[in-house]
Design a protein around this ligand. Structure first.
Ligand code: MTE
Ligand code: CO
Length: 390
């Protein structure tokens, strides 16, 4: 305060003239002054935008719910634009009664609402060997969290009647990539859903309209969008996305596979490279996100000195299993340089590792499943950079 007091003493246009009436914006959009809050891609990462990814602007968001228009997108064959009347979900394979559902059929099963995060296994993958991308949007933005409405997969499989030999499920998308993944039947019958709504409205085309699979806590690649077929089998299918991709090459030449659960992870979203400290020293609010595919987050610790000392952050808002958690840490910044870190602990007792600890176990060749602790360097001016310290 002090400068710019005309905004109080002078009557502004919006105070003087009436504005747009109702119906000027039949589907509401954010304020024109928020136009910079958008998904962004990293052009050099992929050779085209059809098989590519863009990232959630985590540094511009608060709370735990991601707005539909800002959920990161990962497509292997572009966005399928499906007319729901022309879409079917088929169940075949080791079932008593192969079935085909219309979208209207699906709405006659009991419905549930659940809040879950979805994280791509490749999130933070570019950071495996060292600090690379300058912003949490790019280092951690392959995650979103919405409330899904849909039906439990269990109900649909029970309708089809899984044969006793049935142990695996193949989920297939109707897009040009025909994305296919094997899922153990145990998980499918436990908490998987076929969702048709997110945050109260129909799924967005980018997120799999009219239906997508929800596989709580497990890697995003298995959450098949534009879901068209579920086949029951007695063993995994070893599709491309579960052999040459989404496996982790270890130092001994062997690869980890079936690494489905997204491990406990957190990141400070503010301050961060795209959200520097602009208010100078004094009281400040640090904030971030934490999540775990194993359950709920029980604690988040924050360090401002690169992991030498830790303080417990304050988790605020709902603490739900396999959902994003929002944390805050308020402190007085004395204007000196900071090395900011956060470390999450989940309710199964898993502790987020350092990147060094991760590399010691998995070697240098991995891309997927990097849940290592992120470090942001803050200089005396409040400028923030992605760094790694040892
Ligand atoms: N499903 C289909 N049919 N096609 C795809 O390309 N991409 C997968 C998964 N499901 C994909 C898909 C990957 S790798 C991820 S991380 C998530 O969808 C991304 O979901 P989102 O685009 O809603 O963020
Ligand atoms: Co993915």
């Amino acid at each position: 305060a002090g400068e710019g007091e005309e905004v109080i003493t002078e009557i502004q246009d919006w105070n003087r003239y009436p504005g747009d009436g109702v119906d000027a914006r039949p589907y509401g959009q954010p304020s024109q002054f928020e136009a910079h809050v958008v998904r962004k891609n990293v052009p050099w990462l992929t050779s085209d935008s059809i098989s590519s990814v863009n990232f959630t602007p985590l540094h511009e968001l608060d709370g735990i719910i991601t707005p539909n228009g800002l959920c990161f997108e990962r497509h292997h064959g572009g966005i399928a634009e499906i007319e729901p009347g022309a879409h079917r979900l088929m169940i075949n394979g080791l079932v008593e009664r192969p079935l085909v559902f219309t979208m209207a059929d699906l709405r006659r099963f009991p419905r549930e609402n659940r809040i879950y995060f979805l994280e791509c296994a490749a999130n933070s993958g570019m950071e495996w060997r060292g600090a690379q991308l300058n912003g949490c949007q790019f280092t951690h933005g392959m995650v979103h969290c919405v409330v899904y409405t849909g039906v439990r997969l269990r109900h649909l499989l029970e309708e089809a009647g899984v044969k006793t030999e049935g142990k695996w499920l193949l989920a297939e998308g109707a897009d040009a990539s025909a994305m296919t993944r094997s899922i153990p039947l145990e998980k499918a019958l436990d908490d998987c859903m076929v969702a048709f709504a997110m945050n109260g409205e129909a799924l967005r085309p980018e997120q799999g309209y009219p239906i997508r699979l929800v596989v709580p806590g497990w890697e995003g690649n298995m959450w098949i969008k534009w879901l068209r077929r579920l086949e029951v089998g007695d063993q995994p299918w070893h599709q491309r996305e579960e052999t040459s991709k989404y496996t982790d090459l270890l130092a001994n030449g062997k690869a980890r596979r079936h690494t489905w659960v997204m491990d406990v992870k957190s990141v400070i979203t503010n301050p961060s490279p795209q959200a520097p400290i602009t208010h100078g020293k004094g009281p400040m609010v640090l904030s971030g996100l934490a999540w775990s595919g194993n359950g709920a987050i029980s604690r988040v610790d924050v360090s401002i000195d690169g992991g030498r000392n830790w303080k417990t952050a304050r988790i605020d808002g709902p603490s739900l299993p396999m959902a994003l958690h929002r944390f805050y840490y308020e402190f007085d910044w004395d204007g000196s340089e900071l090395f900011l870190q956060s470390r999450a602990i989940d309710d199964k007792g898993f502790i987020q590792p350092t990147k060094e600890q991760l590399r010691a176990v998995r070697g240098p060749n991995s891309i997927y499943h990097n849940n290592g602790i992120q470090t942001w360097h803050v200089d005396g001016e409040g400028v923030v950079e992605n760094v790694e310290i040892s």
